[in-house]
Design a protein around this ligand. Structure first.
Ligand SMILES: [Zn+2]
Length: 190
């Protein structure tokens, strides 16, 4: 590798988590000072897992108020729930407005992303239209928090896919990988 992007949670998500658990932001490893590679010459990029905030085009793309050049787009239900009545409209507006900086749409079939409400076919169509990959998220597959039927639709219809760990530790990175490989093999995708 010559470069790697680390995309931590946005300010909106961290605000929610710190309030929910009544803890300091530092508890959630929250500091942009960590975006520094002290091991080798691989370039470390500061990107953000941005949050959809409402049904307009508003998304949170900052960490400690610092904007990132590119983002992964997510909806985390608890972060945006109060403002969103139609997640499909929220996705549509967010993607149409911000598609140039969106590198991936994260965990589209999993619990945080309104897994029952979202019209997955419409989301795939939008992603394909703007050439944005969708994510097969290992973490939520491992936790049984994925709508499997919708995941099959994503795998079969999305033009571009990332198989992605969502790892918050090295343990996750190693263990969750086995599950996604097993799932893909059992369903003869690989
Ligand atoms: Zn997420």
């Amino acid at each position: 590798m010559t470069e790697i992007a680390i995309t931590d949670h946005s300010d909106a998500c961290m605000d929610f988590l710190t309030k929910k658990f009544n803890v300091s932001r530092n508890t959630f490893r929250y500091s942009i000072r960590k975006w520094k590679n002290v091991h080798n010459n691989v370039n470390l990029l500061f990107w953000v897992e941005a949050d959809i905030l409402n049904e307009d085009w508003d998304i949170c793309t900052t960490i400690q108020w610092q904007e990132s050049e590119f983002i992964n787009l997510s909806a985390h239900k608890d972060v945006s729930w109060a403002n969103i009545k139609s997640i499909d409209k929220a996705y549509k507006n967010a993607i149409e407005k911000h598609h140039k900086i969106i590198k991936c749409i994260c965990h589209p079939c999993s619990i945080p992303n309104y897994w029952q409400e979202v019209d997955i076919e419409a989301l795939i169509e939008l992603a394909n239209q703007y050439d944005i990959p969708l994510e097969i998220n290992w973490s939520y597959l491992y936790k049984w928090a994925t709508n499997i039927e919708k995941l099959h639709t994503v795998i079969q219809k999305a033009n571009k896919l990332y198989i992605n760990s969502d790892s918050h530790s090295l343990f996750w990175l190693k263990e969750y990988r086995k599950w996604v490989i097993k799932f893909l093999e059992e369903n003869e995708y690989i």
